[in-house]
Design a protein around this ligand. Structure first.
Ligand SMILES: NC(=O)c1ccc[n+]([C@@H]2O[C@H](COP(=O)([O-])OP(=O)(O)OC[C@H]3O[C@@H](n4cnc5c(N)ncnc54)[C@H](OP(=O)(O)O)[C@@H]3O)[C@@H](O)[C@H]2O)c1
Length: 352
């Protein structure tokens, strides 16, 4: 069976990456691409690297144009998806790359986003621990999927094994992330001009204000079987924009729980990810670079046990547009449709 797909936000970064992956998917026909201010223009004018899709023209994003497809992928600024998702009742599978359906608690939505709260959908991070299982079980046969925030899934995957096993204290997590500016989208913003970001590192959303914080707390609560509103999970989260188009390097630390051995700590991550294709733990003493996962659907992780500081340090590299968004969406889509989970996804990156 071939599934017809409409991708909205097709002129943007997330939409473009979803199209790049879907163009190589043997079970998918990309039938419709939509945008907003650029509707009416050829897709390749905005995505010149997507040569196989040069026959497509960006259409307006309306419920009528999105209707009638087997799959609809929304890659719109947060707050915009809800108006379309409410009208897509008959569509078999809808995947939202935005934040609108990620949070389960309306007060967290109000505090970090604001505007209308929409119901939570199945979270699109298959490898995430949820209680004693993995999130992929919830994704099998799902019809509504919320793809993750790129920083959020990187930090959640980094720490979920330790939180779930109880070998780290989730009440004192510190995460500092080097992030590429593509994570903030393609629309013009003065602080993201080349002249503002080249040759410098720019911290932003410092001091507990970043929108991905509630998403991480929710995911780590689920990993440890706590309610999503559990107040005991606390995270200091600081992203820093650095001059690389794509990529996230997240360094996360948390205190080691009392009486836990080094072997028990490492075993928590090994048992969580030992069988995974797209989340890989490096041997002790090795740490990833963002260049190692460029273009790959891979989260590459290094783990250190710092006894002097009594903290575990996890360094994780992802490509924000692949494992952080489009790869997570396609991997979740494959699970929802009962296809091989890795179809059209590569564990290998592009180098140098
Ligand atoms: N970038 C990432 O690494 C990343 C990672 C995870 C999740 N996401 C999520 O993916 C979503 C898209 O992000 P992005 O980085 O791709 O942003 P982007 O590059 O700015 O693209 C936004 C897209 O949405 C369209 N659009 C804007 N306003 C619209 C409206 N009112 N109605 C319909 N379409 C509208 C734009 O069309 P025009 O160009 O025609 O105006 C464009 O195609 C966001 O919710 C973001 O949080 C992004």
């Amino acid at each position: 069976m071939t599934y017809s797909v409409a991708v909205s936000g097709a002129s943007g970064y997330a939409g473009g990456e979803i199209l790049r992956l879907l163009a190589a998917h043997p079970d998918i026909e990309i039938r419709t691409v939509t945008a907003h201010s650029n509707a009416g223009q050829p897709l390749v004018q905005h995505q010149p690297h997507l040569r196989s899709l040069s026959h497509l023209t960006l259409q307006d994003t309306t419920p009528e144009i999105l209707a009638g497809h087997d799959i609809v992928v929304l890659a719109l600024p947060h707050g915009q998806s809800g108006q379309y998702t409410d009208a897509l009742g008959e569509t078999a599978l809808v995947i939202d790359a935005g934040a609108d359906h990620r949070l389960t608690a309306s007060d967290a939505w109000d505090a970090f986003y604001g505007g209308t709260f929409h119901e939570p959908w199945t979270y699109g991070v298959p490898e995430l621990l949820v209680g004693g299982a993995k999130q992929r079980e919830a994704l099998r046969g799902a019809t509504r999927i919320a793809a993750p925030g790129c920083n959020a899934s990187t930090v959640s995957l980094s720490l979920a094994p330790g939180v779930a096993a109880g070998v780290i204290d989730a009440g004192d997590i510190v995460s500092v992330l080097a992030v590429g500016p593509s994570g903030a989208g393609k629309s013009l913003k003065t602080n993201l001009l080349g002249s503002e970001i080249l040759g410098t590192a720019n911290p932003y959303a410092v001091g507990g204000t970043h929108r991905h914080i509630p998403e991480i707390r929710q995911a780590l609560a689920a990993a440890s079987g706590r309610p999503s509103t559990d107040e005991s999970i606390r995270i200091s989260f600081t992203p820093v924009i650095v001059p690389m188009a794509r990529g996230i390097l997240a360094t996360s630390t948390a205190p080691i729980s009392e009486g836990v051995s080094d072997a028990e700590i490492r075993a928590a991550w090994e048992s969580a990810y030992g069988d995974e294709t797209f989340v890989q733990l490096l041997p002790a003493g090795e740490f990833p670079r963002t260049a190692d996962v460029l273009g790959a659907n891979t989260a590459l992780m290094g783990l250190a046990i710092d006894r002097a500081a009594n903290r575990v340090t996890v360094v994780t590299a992802v490509d924000n547009l692949v494992k952080g968004t489009a790869g997570a969406a396609v991997q979740s889509m494959n699970l929802a449709l009962g296809l091989p989970e890795d179809r059209a996804l590569s564990v290998n990156g592009v180098a140098p």
